[in-house]
Design a protein around this ligand. Structure first.
Ligand SMILES: *Cc1c(COP(=O)(O)O)cnc(C)c1O
Length: 434
């Protein structure tokens, strides 16, 4: 408690979430630094979080929540994991950035290239977006081609070429999903539907010798959980080989979560390049791009594909990443998946008892889960129920006052962690029954 009061300027102490949000809205666009935090369409102020501990966080009013957002994924061990905290505290004694070579990133790169058999080299950046941006530039540099295939419903951060939504079919003009994207950038991104082989084949045909790469979330988890048929991923790999294009797996969410080596390890389908983020920094800002040496050495200073970063491989972030990843043992994966199963069952039982939620189903994969109106098939954006947002808002507002926090958007998945153990499951059950 004391640290909170010592760090903050006095005028922000004892302010409620409502007050802080009003104040923030004057000096920050929409009051937030990332749009999904804004509780848009929920018509309540976002909770302002004071501190986190294990599976819980506490808002500035002192209300405590079971956190199923976990910073949108990085905190796979929970808030303030003791080993990560101890390592960070020690690391602080040496300073927090050097802009020079240091041994901390060597240790993390060594650990990763040892544990993940299909990567020879890795380059650390500061976010998932940056990792994707670099992977795309690298793929274009290697293949000397410009066009990119991405899939409708996959999120790859806010880089210009990825903020493109499907036009109307292949004949349609690519359409930016944000203002400020140059037309000529949009034209180089072709958007296909997930699980649609024909569109991919037609795209490779139409743009013969022009496609640099196919990028996909091998477990699409940013527009609900759209688990792909493994054969679709194999198909993409074959198409890329046939057409001299690179396959990029964006494992920013799935990496270190579904398995240590992400979906690539889980399925045995090995991409040419892979991007990581979220868990890799254990809650500090880290992204990474990795792959075979021959590809990775096309990056500067060895190769001609430029990439750089003032704070890249920040020593504190490297220490936090390493201490987090070291704890991702087979045993802990088993525990986390068990935690997730327990939590999902408790939600499931609750939905059964509540007439207004009987239409809802909870889908899970590893330690991710997603609550949505029941569907037979969920492989592409079109499969998602039109009633999703409406039912989500009702559920969110039912859970929040009980001290249960979901990510404040219907399309975001839920994240369980090592800290969401049987005690937390019991507490969840108790809070739901209140
Ligand atoms: C979160 C995410 C990103 C973007 O990462 P940031 O660190 O938010 O820039 C990119 N791709 C996927 C699959 C993600 O889940």
């Amino acid at each position: 408690m004391s640290s909170y009061t010592e760090i903050l300027p006095e005028k922000f102490l004892n302010q409620t979430s409502d007050e802080l949000f009003s104040y923030s809205k004057n000096i920050v666009p929409g009051g937030v630094h990332s749009p999904v935090r804004s509780f848009k369409n929920l018509h309540i102020s976002p909770r302002f979080v004071k501190k986190g501990d294990g599976a819980y966080f506490e808002d500035v009013e002192g209300n405590q929540y079971i956190d199923f957002c976990m910073s949108f994924g990085p905190l796979i061990l929970g808030h303030q994991n003791p080993k990560v905290k101890a390592a960070l505290t020690k690391a602080l004694d040496n300073g927090w950035t050097f802009g020079a070579c240091e041994p901390y990133s060597v240790a993390l790169a060594d650990f990763l290239t040892e544990r993940i058999s299909f990567i020879d080299q890795i380059r650390f950046v500061n976010s998932g977006t940056e990792a994707v941006m670099t992977a795309l530039r690298l793929a274009r540099g290697i293949t000397k081609k410009d066009k990119i295939i991405k899939f409708n419903g996959c999120y790859h951060g806010h880089v210009d070429s990825m903020l493109i939504k499907a036009g109307s079919g292949l004949a349609g003009e690519p359409e930016a999903s944000s203002l400020g994207i140059p037309k000529n950038v949009a034209e180089d991104t072709i958007v296909c539907e997930l699980n649609n082989r024909d569109e991919v084949i037609q795209t490779f045909k139409k743009y013969k010798n022009q496609i640099a790469c196919v990028i996909i979330e091998p477990l699409p988890a940013n527009n609900g959980l759209l688990v792909q048929d493994q054969n679709f991923l194999v198909f993409l790999q074959e198409q890329c080989k046939e057409n001299d294009a690179l396959l990029i797996f964006d494992e920013v969410i799935s990496g270190f979560r579904i398995a240590f080596g992400g979906m690539a390890e889980k399925t045995g389908i090995i991409p040419d390049l892979v991007t990581y983020g979220k868990i890799i920094g254990g809650g500090l800002p880290v992204g990474a791009i990795a792959g075979k040496k021959a590809f990775m050495e096309q990056l500067a200073p060895v190769g001609g594909v430029y990439q750089a970063g003032t704070l890249s491989a920040n020593p504190l972030a490297m220490v936090s990443g390493l201490e987090t990843l070291k704890q991702l043992t087979d045993e802990n994966y088993k525990k986390m998946e068990e935690n997730t199963r327990n939590i999902c069952q408790i939600f499931r039982d609750h939905f059964q008892e509540m007439p207004q939620f009987q239409d809802l189903k909870i889908y899970s994969f590893g330690t991710l889960f997603w609550i949505t109106p029941k569907k037979d098939r969920l492989r592409s954006l079109d499969d998602i129920s039109g009633k999703l947002s409406e039912s989500f808002f009702e559920l969110f507002k039912h859970l929040l006052p009980k001290g249960i926090y979901l990510a404040p958007n219907a399309y975001e998945v839920g994240f369980a962690s090592l800290a969401h153990d049987e005690n937390v499951a019991m507490e969840l059950k108790k809070r739901l029954e209140q």
